[in-house]
Design a protein around this ligand. Sequence first.
Ligand code: TXD
Length: 315
Amino acid sequence: MAVGRRKVTVIGAGNVGATAAQRIAESGLADVTLIDVVEGLPQGKALDLSEAAPLHYNGHAVVGTNDYADTADSDVIVVTAGLARQPGMTRDDLLLKNMGIVRTVVGKAAQYSPNAFVIVVTNPLDAMVHVALETTGFPRERVIGMAGVLDSARFRSFIAAELGVSALDVSAFVLGGHGDTMVPLPRLSTVAGIPLPELMSLERIEVLANRTRNGGAEVVALLKTGSAYYAPASSILQMVNAIINDRKRVLPCAVLLTGEYGIDGLVVGVPVVLGAAGVERIIEVKLTDDEQAALLKSAASVRDLVETMKRAQAS
Ligand code: TXD
């Protein structure tokens, strides 16, 4: 990474992108370039954020643009461009539309920032990481999907509320794809080191795990006009911080597996060490037969999406 001020480009100035830009700038992590296909939108939001700068942070710039030349030499590119889910719409409905969008925007951004780390946010998440890997040709260490951090934060918040303890003391281990096929691992989830099954019945844990799987849909059903963005933006901030400040955080991220967990050539959520080199290590834990089966099922659903995209490209 270059010396001096860090630069993060956020593609998509919608709910998640603009909120992530705000969080990154306010935390003083980096200058932010916000880019969108809609004219005026990123400029307007960047102007508004810049006017908040004297109140919140020290001189970090937020620039809005429609021109990829302005994203040049970014350290991190966050991809939120795409369509959000509407009520009743599944993540998979979004697949082909968002495939086209992600391919276009990541391709342009990568040309101007060939050494950047790419954090993919657009849904369906795991499939969009495949698109970003293929379009950029970047190594898997530099193309990382955000989903597990959000899923585990949701799970942690539900566990904390149920037990009446601080969410900070809850550590929740999730594997697998984003959403329906997410694989929570109660035996590796803890409250201040105490295994979760000692504090809660397996039935209650399963209820909370299911609520987590439907966490995105629960927010969509309430908002009616969009999907979640506060917790997603906080999740993005945590990943950007881990990379820029070399925090070596152990976080669940969607990465291309090349044999780990018995999966080869598919993007799946697994615990990784996230630092200045991006995905510095994939942590493999020994799974029970049931857990392994659930993970393979999750990987199979990613394979289905990848094959649907391949068929669409071929036709
Ligand atoms: O856990 C996760 N990974 C997620 C994913 C959590 C929350 C949201 N998740 C997904 O992120 C969601 O399903 C969407 O696919 C994206 C963005 O969600 P957001 O809520 O921010 O959607 P908005 O508000 O509709 O914003 C999308 C913006 C909007 O401003 C569009 O004009 C822009 O994307 N857009 C583009 N920008 C640049 N270039 C192109 N081609 C383009 N097309 C749309």
